[in-house]
Design a protein around this ligand. Structure first.
Ligand code: ADP
Ligand code: MG
Ligand code: MG
Length: 247
């Protein structure tokens, strides 16, 4: 079964056409990277899939059209980590992760034992349990990114949307976060759709890539098929080193 099938997705913002008929299929268990130059519409595509902005076209998640899902049902199927999530002032890590369980109710001690257990289990899985009572704002960039992931995982959704999950992390922490996501994909059968900035890193982790340019799909396929000198020169206007060897 496909985790995601999007057909002819069209988004208009402030009178401008941002996505102009994007098709995107992600099989269950796959990691698909959305790449493309700044302003191509990558974040907008993720927001459309995540139900965070209105989009025309057809979007199905695990076989169900999103038009037939309530917000709550959709949240059980798809979880999003934004590019730079807001860090609420004064909020402890555990309370932040609990937002994944009770998104519409601030966790004011009203969370159920089951929600608390789920949040704690995710914190342990991501090696964050020792930070449970720490204020989120005091964590380092890499630790914080793991907490953002933890909130999404606590939601329990099988499709994870990550918008540039490693922006502002050094190479070691980038790999740490992406290895963690890859491990979760294997252990929990998660499906990953991620916008990725660094093309060589994207090529290492993704099964397939979709290159967006000007709100349309310019190319899609394996990293080897998409990361060609010609495509990158055309769409990034830069000389970029392409992947060597077998992928
Ligand atoms: P990417 O993530 O690929 O860098 P985005 O999806 O963030 O691109 O943005 C795509 C285009 O849509 C950009 O030109 C951006 O300025 C525009 N855009 C994004 N949000 C809005 C908005 N709310 N109103 C008008 N234009 C927007
Ligand atoms: Mg951008
Ligand atoms: Mg973006």
């Amino acid at each position: 079964m496909n985790a995601l099938e999007a057909r002819g997705v069209r988004v208009t913002l402030g009178g401008a056409t941002i996505l102009d008929g994007v098709d995107l299929t992600v099989a269950a268990g796959e990691w698909v990277a959305v790449i493309g130059p700044n302003g191509a519409g990558k974040s907008t595509m993720l927001r459309a899939v995540g139900g965070l902005l209105p989009a025309a076209g057809a979007i199905s998640i695990f076989g169900t059209s999103t038009g037939r899902l309530s917000r709550r049902q959709r949240a059980r199927l798809v979880a999003t980590v934004a590019q730079s999530p807001v860090v609420p002032a004064g909020m402890a890590v555990l309370d932040y992760v609990l937002l994944g369980r009770t998104p519409y109710v601030p966790p004011l001690g009203r969370e159920s034992t089951a929600d608390l257990a789920a949040a704690r289990e995710v914190l342990t899985r991501l090696d964050l349990h020792r930070f449970a009572r720490r204020e989120l704002a005091t964590l380092s960039g890499g630790e914080r990114q793991r907490v953002f992931l933890a909130r999404a995982l606590a939601q329990g959704a099988p499709l994870l949307l990550l918008d540039e999950p490693t922006t502002a992390l050094d190479i070691g922490h980038q790999q740490e976060v992406l290895d963690l996501v890859d491990g979760l994909r294997r252990d929990r059968g998660l499906t990953v759709l991620a916008t990725m900035h660094d093309l060589s890193i994207a090529g290492e982790y993704a099964d397939r890539m979709v290159l967006l340019a000007g709100g349309r799909v310019a190319a899609s396929g394996t990293p080897r098929e998409v990361l060609t000198e010609e495509l990158l020169a055309t769409h990034y206007g830069a000389r970029v080193r392409v992947i060597e060897g077998d992928h």
